[in-house]
Design a protein around this ligand. Sequence first.
Ligand SMILES: [Zn+2]
Length: 460
Amino acid sequence: MTSIHIKNAFVATMDKQKHVYPSGEVLIEDDHIVEVGKKVKPPRSPEYTLDAENKVVMPGFINAHTHLQQYFRGVYELMGDFFETNLPLEGYRREEQMDTLGAASCAELIYGGCTTSMLVYTYPDGWAKAVNEAGNRCIIAGDIEHVDLEKLSVGVFEYLPDKRDKAIKRATDLYTNWHGKAAGRITTIMCPKAPDMAEPEVYHKCKDFAEKHDLRMTTHLSQSMREYRQVMKLYGKTPPQHLYDLGVMDEKLSGAHLTYATEKDIQLVQKTGMAILHCHAVENPLNMWIDRGIPVGFGTDDYFHNMNDLLREVRQGQMTRARLVGGADSMINDSRRTARPSFYDLLERATRGGAEALGIADKVGSLEPGKKADIITINMLNPYLTPTREPLTSVLLYANPGDIDNVICDGKWLKKDGEMQTIDIKKALTTAQKTCDAIIDNFFEEHLDQKKIWQCEFPY
Ligand SMILES: [Zn+2]
């Protein structure tokens, strides 16, 4: 049996009772937490004692909805049109490239304290291999969409049966090969990508497979006006109403975004018990969802996986929204004390709330005896974090991934005293850079119009 004794820490358990121990301890044995409190009873000689003076100790972040789009960082944010550039660019990825990309992606998640991620990716098998080696926890989906991405760039939806069948096979093979593997760190989930990108038959097949194997489902839902219009055109209803009528909306479904959901759509969400995965859309009425008891998790979604920044973006987004729609239910009312969501609420959503939305709160999301030992420590001895009277508020407002100096997942160190333990970070990042350059060069060679735009903007 291995044991880690963390002491002298500011411990934020993020449990339902909101227990915080300003000078507290945590005891880990093997892969789980044994004790949390002011004092614990460590074995006579624990394998490791972490003196966490000046550190906040809390559960690892739950990144509840994300992809591996960071491969196109430096293009994604710059090129004019998502559908003309970014979606077609995604079509240039190849399955075998995960051999050089996976470690870099795991490094980003681990470095930023995401011990658990729910990740949707076209080539999930290679990603599962990377997670297996890196030591983080991941719920993985092979996303199933079957439109011609090149035609979609000019607004034409053409559904491709061959593409659909291959994607379904990747998703079901993923379950067969990886579900419950890596000591349970890897689990799988079914993901028809979105109601405009996957036909009803795909949703039904996914639902059947999920029920047969006791899996959950996730999908993008009411993410864009393009999706809204296409679903309206095909089925004469809103995307949530469409899924409700297909019989796939229930408490085992989580939907990302819901940005264009109507009041009636949200009533369906409430009625069925499905969860919402909120990313960073300013328009989303986060407080309203939370007030209605809808499980809500937070996800980084696209080209960065920095939960600290995401939390600040969510807060800023809600403030902007409040200014637009009025202050009554807002973050800009008179009292900072009553402003919502509170700083603590946001951290809670990024930990236990995310776990609840993904149906894994019995295992992770808070520091409680019996739960998995997925823990991060935040070094507060930085000039922008100390002095402070309330460390959690400062973590929310000012902390960065570099301040997260220890990341423990399943009782094992993935980052220790600031150093990555399971990934050769220089090798991972430099090889990923070469692969991404090759993908983007290939895309530009075959899309000379896009290359021309790029060269005008960035002649160096
Ligand atoms: Zn997404």
